[in-house]
Design a protein around this ligand. Structure first.
Ligand code: PRP
Ligand code: URA
Length: 208
């Protein structure tokens, strides 16, 4: 288990636009969606498929089918919801949960305000979404709640991860692989990722 960083010129290009402070809400949101699709593609590399028989216009063949119903996507509110479209575009039948959490700007500790997930988490692969893994507090608490609710197969998808958050998450949840588009340098004194992209929620929803 480890950290998987998407390493691709197209991803670097998209990240450049995302990080630019002059990029507007519409484009920012679109690129969060596109990068999320690519993260999902990478995270499903080891997905199990069932063999079925189909008929093409030419002949019958054995083909592979993914049971989308076995998956649950769980965005952390609110910024994580910005990633959701990018995943359900390619996995429209996955179940969806929500965890409401915000980071207290002074203590940097996560505060939970909502929790609703699909039933039978134990039988699903649970993919947690949050664009920013900074101190790791929010992501770690979300994974802990999901485990307490029965989840055993978890993955964490983010756009940018800080080394500090990765280290802490791997200490507490070593079984959960982290997929990210980029690993940045460090956190600043306010707990923001440097160079980062600023406040992901505010940029997705245009609230600042
Ligand atoms: C941001 C981000 C993560 C959290 C990351 O959310 O979306 O949830 O901060 O920081 P951490 O790793 O130090 O916990 P924020 O609290 O700004 O809430 P929002 O999504 O409602 O904007
Ligand atoms: N949350 C954000 O939205 N951005 C950061 O850089 C850190 C936490």
């Amino acid at each position: 288990m480890g950290v998987i960083e998407l390493n691709h010129p197209l991803v670097s290009h998209k990240l450049t636009i995302l990080r630019d402070k002059n990029t507007g809400t519409k484009e920012f949101r679109e690129i969060i969606g596109e990068l999320s699709t690519l993260l999902c593609y990478e995270a499903l590399k080891d997905a199990k498929t069932d063999e079925i028989q189909i008929e093409t216009p030419i002949c019958t063949m054995k083909a592979h089918k993914l049971n989308e119903d076995n998956y649950a996507f769980v965005p952390i509110l609110r910024a994580g919801t910005g990633m959701l479209d990018g995943l359900i575009r390619i996995m429209p039948n996955a179940k969806i949960g929500h965890i409401g959490m915000y980071r207290n700007e002074e203590t940097l500790k996560p505060v939970k305000y909502y929790y609703k997930t699909p039933k039978d988490l134990a039988n699903r692969e649970v993919i947690v979404l949050d664009p920013m893994l900074a101190t790791g507090g929010s992501g770690i608490d979300a994974l802990t709640m999901l485990k307490e609710d029965g989840a055993t197969k978890l993955k964490f998808l983010c756009i940018i991860a800080a080394p500090e958050g990765i280290k802490k998450m791997q200490e507490i949840h070593p079984d959960v692989p982290i997929y990210c588009a980029a690993i940045d340098e460090h956190l600043n004194e306010n707990g923001y990722i440097v160079p980062g992209l600023g406040d992901a929620g505010d940029r997705i929803f245009g609230t600042k």
